[in-house]
Design a binder for this molecule. Structure first.
Ligand code: DMJ
Length: 451
């Protein structure tokens, strides 16, 4: 009887203790989410103060930067859905008013099809879906039509640059990320406007990239869109290829396109077989020749750190966890991650830090799937380091050198679209976003299957 009573007391104490812990964790998470919001506002307010109406803020010189001499409002378009998700309604309304009154694509400028698609098309489409403001869809459709000539190559693979007014194209040497990271945005455009041309062109570009994989199943680093021939056989999951894999899986998720699933299923085993590297005891992904599978480089970096998120999303949480542990180790070497690290020697190979979001994105996905405290603790450490080393008086600045922490006069729009958004979502109150109902494009713009 006594033993039974003590067991009941022990269990109820344990339950109370874990309930207390949970509510303390919840309160702490809300506190961190508020801090993230405050810091996002620091970046946004300084954009408003020194660069309003331009593409981006120059946080050190307190000036503005326009990518093509003429503004396409990169920062407000990229930041709009972050402001909405953070419930900063007055700021979101200001951004939307600026976009709907000032943004025009009728300019005689050559723009990068990939960057404009993921940042502007993605931002306008998610903005439209979140607000119902038809003017954002009209802008997206206009932009989509102006980008379409990029696909007029003999292979259907898009040129790197297209002129928004004349439709002229240039730069035929592209890469899988730029030829294969278009279908979420162009596909959503087709679904929302009823015009299939966008889906068809971007789908063809994805398939044409995939069709050219090597007999081992790998893709290279650069490809000529006129001949369809690879011009660099280096294979990896880093910048230039990264989001090609991301879109194979995500286009299956958003559109239920079975061909995308098949392409993913036949591609990803080769990535694990030839690019994964456990030679140091930890899991990393390096480089290999797409034809021979020979290891060509043992480097991994800030951009590669998106891969745990993708693995977790595709159901491979065990691998995602191990790779995230490596990314976090990379981050902790100098309290900020490098663009490129040699994971065999742990030497920094490229020391810039552009306020990149990928490691935060993966922390958010892993927390979502595992619900483990560890990932919030990891995210908080990353956030504290990020604030400590990148916050400046007038916004957030990239680092020219993440070892010395020397700053660079740059605040990329993806810091607002992605980095702050993923930090916030990691700590945000339940109900902020219905994760299972959206697919994030590679610039963290959530797209919803409303069709
Ligand atoms: C973003 O523009 C996108 O996430 C892209 O896929 C990779 N690079 C940047 C962020 O680092």
């Amino acid at each position: 009887m006594i033993a039974k009573t003590s067991a009941v007391v022990a269990i109820s104490l344990l339950l109370t203790f874990s309930a207390c812990n949970k509510s303390r964790d919840g309160a702490h998470a809300r506190e961190v989410a508020e801090r993230v919001k405050t810091e996002l506002l620091h970046a946004w307010n300084n954009y408003k103060r020194y660069a309003w109406g331009h593409d981006a803020l120059k946080p050190l010189s307190k000036g503005a930067h326009d990518w093509y001499g003429q503004s396409l409002l990169m920062t407000p378009v990229d930041a709009l859905d972050t402001l909405i998700l953070m419930k900063l309604d007055a700021e979101a309304d200001k951004a939307r008013a600026l976009i709907t009154t000032e943004l025009s694509f009728d300019h005689d400028i050559y723009v990068k099809n990939f960057e404009i698609t993921i940042r502007l098309l993605g931002g306008l489409l998610s903005g439209y879906q979140l607000t119902g403001d038809k003017r954002l869809l009209t802008l997206a459709e206009d932009l989509g039509n102006r980008l379409l000539p990029a696909f007029n190559s003999p292979t259907g693979l898009p040129y790197v640059y297209v002129n928004l007014r004349t439709g002229q194209v240039r730069d035929p040497v592209s890469n899988p990320a730029e030829t294969g990271t278009l279908l979420l945005e162009f596909g959503a455009m087709s679904k929302l406007t009823g015009n299939p041309v966008f889906y068809d062109k971007a789908k063809r570009a994805l398939v044409e990239t995939y069709r050219r994989r090597s007999p081992l199943g790998l893709v290279g680093s650069s490809i000529n869109v006129e001949t369809g021939a690879w011009t660099d056989n280096d294979s990896h999951i880093s910048g230039g290829i990264d989001s090609y894999y991301e879109y194979l899986w995500k286009c299956w998720l958003l559109f239920g396109d079975k061909e995308c699933l098949e392409m993913w299923n036949t591609s990803i085993p080769a990535v694990h077989k030839y690019l994964a590297d456990e030679s140091t005891g930890a899991l990393w992904y390096g480089h290999a020749d797409m034809l021979t599978g020979q290891r060509s480089d043992t480097t991994y970096g800030a951009l590669d750190a998106f891969f745990p998120a993708l693995l977790a999303l595709a159901g491979d949480v065990p691998r995602a966890r191990r790779l995230q542990a490596s990314s976090f180790k990379m981050w902790n070497l100098h309290e900020i991650e490098p663009e490129v690290l040699d994971y065999q020697t742990m030497q920094v190979k490229a020391a810039t830090y552009h306020l990149r979001p990928e490691i935060v994105e993966s922390t958010y996905y892993l927390h979502y799937y595992t619900k483990e405290r560890e990932y919030r603790q990891m995210g908080e450490k990353i956030f504290n380091d990020f604030v400590k080393h990148c916050r400046v008086e007038s916004g957030y600045a990239a680092l020219k050198n993440m070892v010395t922490k020397e700053k660079q006069d740059e605040m990329e729009s993806f810091a607002l679209a992605e980095t702050f958004k993923y930090f916030y979502l990691l700590f945000a109150p339940a109900g902020t976003l219905d994760f299972d109902k959206v697919v994030f494009n590679t610039e963290a713009h959530p797209l919803r299957r409303t069709w």
